[in-house]
Design a protein around this ligand. Structure first.
Ligand code: CO8
Length: 284
């Protein structure tokens, strides 16, 4: 497939090969590239050191997803990390939730909601190439995709309770869909992290491979999904996910209030402060 309109509007870089033209855009935290032969786009999180998700990061992520959604020549989206073999994403940026005022908390959470709606609600195939650790929001991101390929030995999970915070209802919903009620209940209550291998046993990940194979295996799966006719793919996704997406669309303001109220509680702030300190002291 060759199409001059592929990724129209993106700033292009000079990356070109004789067989397939590759167009790229880069914002501060996100890289988006497209292969005009396959129609596959790759969204790479590139925010050192650990792809923690600030309000700005999330806004750029949503922008990239919207570009993929509206460009008819994009047939599927691969989500991965530039910190190959280390971290897929450390989840939401804890600094955005620590010692912050109402307005910035509200903006941050609204961006979290948009991010979920743009990935979980994407009409096209989306595959996660999880090439590193994926705690909390990193795990949630992988759950928003249609298929998860993960590097052997790395960890993922919704560990929010271990930080003294609560995973939002839409994270809980995605976890329950993937691993079932009982596994979700026990792992969410404990804030449990799983190795990729443990995750595979309970369907938290679909395939576990060595680092070198993560991109290849994930791309092969995405290519296969991208050949399933539209609008059948989109409509089926809507049948399966529409109820959950609409629940958030209808509850956005309440959900923001719940987040702001919870996160500002002194005890929650204290635990987050201690957690941040522990992360910093890890290196000492
Ligand atoms: N937010 C902000 N900063 C972070 C985060 C984060 N999520 N994770 C790591 N960092 C910082 C560290 O503090 C450190 O900073 P500095 O260099 O200034 O000391 C730097 O990033 C590098 O971190 P590490 O040295 O720990 O990097 P490693 O490669 O050794 O380890 C890990 C990578 C495994 C990802 C590790 O950093 C880690 O476990 N991070 C914490 C992950 C986590 O628990 N995230 C939870 C985020 S909360 C979330 O996503 C959902 C919240 C839902 C909220 C609902 C409320 C109602």
């Amino acid at each position: 497939m060759r199409n001059a309109g592929f990724m129209k509007g993106f700033s292009r870089t000079a990356t070109k090969s004789p067989t397939n033209a590759v167009f790229c855009m880069r914002s501060k935290h996100i890289e988006l590239s497209g292969d005009s032969n396959t129609g596959l786009a790759t969204l790479t999180m590139s925010s050192p050191p650990v792809n923690s998700m600030s309000a700005e990061f999330l806004a750029e992520f949503v922008d990239a997803m919207k570009r993929c959604e509206t460009d008819r020549t994009v047939k599927g989206i691969l989500i991965t990390s530039a910190h190959h073999g280390k971290v897929f994403s450390a989840g939401l940026n804890i600094l955005e939730m620590y010692n912050r005022h109402d307005d910035s908390l509200r903006t941050f959470w609204s961006n979290v909601q948009e991010w979920y709606l743009s990935v979980f609600g994407c009409s096209k195939p989306v595959v996660a190439a999880i090439n590193g650790h994926a705690p909390a929001g990193g795990c949630a991101l992988s759950l928003m995709t249609d298929y998860r390929v993960m590097q052997s030995g790395k960890t993922l999970g919704l560990n929010e309770t271990a930080l003294g915070i609560v995973a939002p209802f839409f994270f809980v919903d995605m976890m329950t869909r993937a691993i079932g009620q009982r596994h979700a209940e026990i792992s969410l209550l404990e804030g449990k992290m799983f190795t990729a291998e443990q995750g595979k046993v309970i369907d938290l990940v679909d395939e576990v491979v060595e680092l070198d194979a993560v991109h290849e295996v994930a791309t092969k799966k995405l290519l296969q999904l991208s050949k399933i006719p539209q609008p059948a793919y989109h409509l089926t996704k809507t049948l399966i996910r529409g109820g959950s997406l609409n629940l958030l669309r209808d509850q956005r303001e309440n959900d923001i209030k719940t987040f702001v109220n919870l996160i500002q509680q002194p005890k929650v702030q204290k635990t987050m402060g201690m957690y941040l300190e522990a992360l910093k002291n890890k290196k000492k």
